[in-house]
Ligand binder design. Sequence first.
Ligand code: ZN
Length: 397
Amino acid sequence: MSSGNEGLLTLTIKMRVSPEPEYEKELINLMKRYREALNYSIKVIIKNKSLSLGKVHKLLYNILKEKYDLPSKIAIDCYREAIAIAKSWLRNQNRGKIPKTKTPRIWLTHKQSYRIKDSYVEILGGYKLRIIGWDRRYDKYPNKDARLIIKDGKFILEISKHIPKPAKYISKGILAIDVNEKHIVVGNSKTELIFKTAIKRALHYKQLAENLQKKYSLTRYNAWLRRRGIRKRIRYFHKKARNIIEDWIKKISHKITILAKHYQYAVAREELTNLIESLRELPKEHKVALLILSYRRLEHWIDWQCEKNDVPLIIINPKGTSITCPRCSSKLVKNGYRKMKCFKCRFEADRDIVAVQNIERKAKMWGALIPLNASQMTDVSPNRCGEPNRPKGTFAL
Ligand SMILES: [Zn+2]
């Protein structure tokens, strides 16, 4: 369930599968019961603050078997997954509500609860699922624990694999990233590239959702909430907005990382936590929500892409990056729209360029030209679908 193995990365491979029709209903019911049992177990474990297997077994095993009607082995998998989720929640200092899963699912322990044979996945209990397609790139690495989920009506098997972590090169320079609402600027003192963000595009769909909601909450349309079609449409717009952000972040992080690798540069980004926290204090507008989402996902995907593509990564403290002169370290003064100027050395540039150069300077100052060994990477977090956690052991200045 967790790895922490040094020198190894944990990846999740997704596989589309389809159950044989005669078991489909039964399997869906089992996965729904598992979901309920898992949510119940997480609550009990957190309430009792018991994380040891023995204690949890006593607390839950019989209930999971009797009340939730789980087979013995699956009941054990269930409370083990619940322990892992409870642990990572308790470890997280900015934790929100107790985690709860919405998707029907089932945890499958490696070698015990599932196996892959020919073009089928066989699951304990006699279920057989035909494999429809998967990413073959990591076939040569052995399968570890897996999870079967139902998402948008489709069965997906997520299998974790450990792959050897590639060695990082010694960077020849820095590729700094600065992000704001409209642009992501990537570069250093020699060059910069500017990419538009997807905030505006995503906001469009948020607006459509809001308009629809407003229109149907007028009294003459009473109880829009009861109209399934409209509710569905509103949800679709919100989802579309999130997908736009997610797709764009994935693409841009990939692009940046590949660029850095091509020139053998280290990627340097600012620590965005404080920025995100300050955004949280603003009124809860759609734009603010999209910005928070974008910054969080950007951190996540940049770090992950660097780790996966063996690109050194440096995380710097954002303090002063937009107001310090990158040449002489004096304080810059505003000089027209988005322009900054140094009265001491006459340096003058756009805010984004200033930030990029300062991020580069800070990253170099810290001795970025030696490879950073970002130590351990990515337990597959059981409460996040198939995505790696942020790498630990990167350095903040
Ligand atoms: Zn200056």
